[in-house]
Design a binder for this molecule. Structure first.
Ligand code: AMP
Ligand code: DBH
Length: 535
């Protein structure tokens, strides 16, 4: 089995320890300590469940025991595919206690993605809930297992919950805080998603500091509204930051305004995070809601650019402050601060968490650009990774020789260090915060016999921010767009990756001699499309 690694050069690691960023804590260790301090405080609420910190620790131990009884060994990788239910936390902390490595996936992922994650991580177990939103995960799991030779164990949380047999508690496994705690997933700008190894030290620092920036304490109520396996609701400050601060976590299974407002009213939620399209829907719904959402103090918005005009209306419509969050599962997270003047909170995507986050903004030649000018964002620091797992090609592309991560984002920086996102260099589609690799979808469409060539392009969309559009040159008779969409879905892809729109073209124009790169082609198609739309 490939070793899990995430290492910083010793000089920097020593500096991060000396500065008190890395404190030697572990994921299990911090929860157990919290539970000893505030055992009766409510830790997590969801559906009909309401667990105290003591309950959460007891339930996590139960899972750890189950994992041990199955023969899982410390260091084994376990795919976790769970919606926003309290069991997400008992399972994941159970894995931490047993020294197992969660591989986080989204409820929307399907056969192709899960099989890819299983292969890349060499996972030997897969944890699901039986049914969610009408989808039967047991059927998916059977297909995934048929494709994944070492994925021997399937754990369905519903079965574990119904089984009250108490096995003997296993002793906690000794893990080092510098060890990799789990594998997080990137949106994937080229090809399939990459796996991101995060250590206990670096991740705990990111959510502990995030919880401080967001002012979380034992009176706060954090609602996870976006799918909790996303880095944003997991750690910015997310469910982990909330538990670290002794706050209450509310698990919300549906991000609609109706369902969310009901939970905000019922649990007196003080803070939650959304992607921009959802924030727009909530702002609209707030005008007519009968629900009392006055407990909400902070609405975080991130994952994609929140335009200033929308940000400026949050206070008046929802009655709370807006906090912009610009982050990435690879590390760096920026926040506008709670005491920032409106001008900053509305017009920028914030500044980094840490004084030791190093940010470089460079031109095409790699030279730093002056403040206020757009350039490519490179970063390294105490919670930004130095390498992906098991992907040498991506590592060669994504990191500089001196350890900076190439974010692919084009940003400008103000004199006081605030970043504004201006665009991006890569070719992914940021569809409502879900990043989709154009290349990945092109490869699937090319497998259809009626597709001669294809380019997948992001198109600005008033609701989604961006939508995906596939420009297809047919081979022989033109297929129906719906047929191609169904074809992509049938290849076992998450629904959000199915092209929103299909446009047939006779040929791809080669306007400039020698410019045959896919990137240039996608840009040309996007421009032509937008010009036609305006006509
Ligand atoms: P990932 O690497 O899949 O975690 O996706 C992170 C990417 O999401 C960033 O590199 C940005 O491109 C985008 N992103 C996240 N937050 C924001 C934001 N507030 N504004 C604009 N883009 C964002
Ligand atoms: O989009 C993201 O990946 C993201 C957005 C906000 C993120 O990872 C985060 C905050 O931590």
């Amino acid at each position: 089995m490939l070793e899990l690694k995430q290492q910083w050069p010793e000089e920097r690691a020593a500096r991060y320890r000396a500065a008190g960023y890395w404190r030697g804590e572990t994921m299990w260790g911090f929860l157990e300590r919290r539970a000893a301090e505030i055992p009766d405080h409510v830790a997590v609420v969801g559906g009909k469940q309401r667990w105290t910190y003591a309950d959460l620790v007891r339930k996590a131990k139960h899972y750890a025991t189950k994992f041990g009884a199955l023969g899982l060994q410390p260091g084994d990788r376990v795919i976790v595919q769970l919606p926003n239910i309290p069991e997400f936390l008992s399972v994941v902390f159970g894995l931490f206690r047993a020294g197992l490595i969660p591989v986080f996936t989204l409820p929307a992922h399907r056969l192709t993605e899960i099989t890819h994650f299983a292969a890349k991580s060499e996972a030997c177990a897969y944890i699901i809930t039986a049914m969610h939103e009408g989808f039967d995960y047991r059927v998916l799991a059977a297909q995934v297992q048929a494709h994944s030779p070492v994925l021997h164990h399937l754990i369905v949380v519903d079965d574990v919950e119904n089984d009250d047999q108490q096995a003997a508690d296993i002793p906690p496994v000794d893990v080092r805080s510098s060890d990799v705690a789990f594998l997080q997933i990137s949106g994937g700008s080229t090809g399939l998603s990459k796996l991101i190894p995060r250590t206990h030290d670096d991740y705990i620092y990111s959510f502990r500091a995030s919880a401080e920036i967001c002012g979380l304490d034992e009176t706060s109520v954090y609602m996870a509204t976006l799918p909790v396996a996303h880095n944003f609701p997991m750690s910015s400050p997310g469910v982990f930051g909330a538990l670290y601060a002794g706050s209450r976590v509310v698990m919300c299974t549906s991000p609609t305004a109706e369902a969310s407002f009901a939970l905000i009213e019922q649990e007196r939620v003080t803070i939650t995070g959304l992607v921009p399209p959802l924030a727009l829907l909530w702002m609209q719904a707030a005008a007519t809601t009968q629900r009392d959402i006055s407990s909400l103090q902070i609405l975080q918005v991130g994952g994609a650019k929140f335009i200033p005009e929308a940000a400026s209306r949050v206070k008046a419509t929802l009655g709370c402050s807006v906090q912009q969050v610009f982050g990435m599962a690879e590390g760096l997270v920026n926040y506008t601060r709670l005491d920032d003047p409106d001008d900053i909170a509305i017009n920028t995507q914030g500044r980094p968490i840490s004084p030791d986050d190093e940010v470089l903004i460079v031109d095409d030649m790699g030279n730093p650009v002056p403040d206020g000018e757009p350039g490519m964002l490179l970063t390294r620091g105490p919670y930004t990774i130095n390498a992906y797992h098991n992907d040498e090609a991506a590592n060669a592309r994504s990191f500089t020789d001196d350890g900076y991560y190439r974010t692919g984002d084009i940003v400008s920086r103000s004199a006081d260090g605030y970043l504004t996102v201006r665009g991006r260099a890569g070719d992914h589609i940021n569809r409502s915060g879900e990043k989709i690799s154009a290349e990945e979808i092109e490869d699937h469409l090319l497998a259809h016999p009626s597709v001669l060539d294809v380019a997948v392009v992001s198109i600005p969309d008033p609701y989604l921010g961006e939508r995906s559009c596939a420009f297809v040159i047919p081979r022989g008779e033109k297929p129906k767009g719906t047929v191609l969409k169904a074809f992509v879905r049938l290849r076992g892809l998450a629904d959000f990756k199915v092209p929103d729109q299909i446009v047939f073209v006779d040929a791809f124009e080669t306007t400039a001699v020698g410019k045959t790169s896919r990137k240039f082609l996608r840009e040309t198609l996007r421009e032509q499309f937008l010009k036609n739309v305006e006509l």
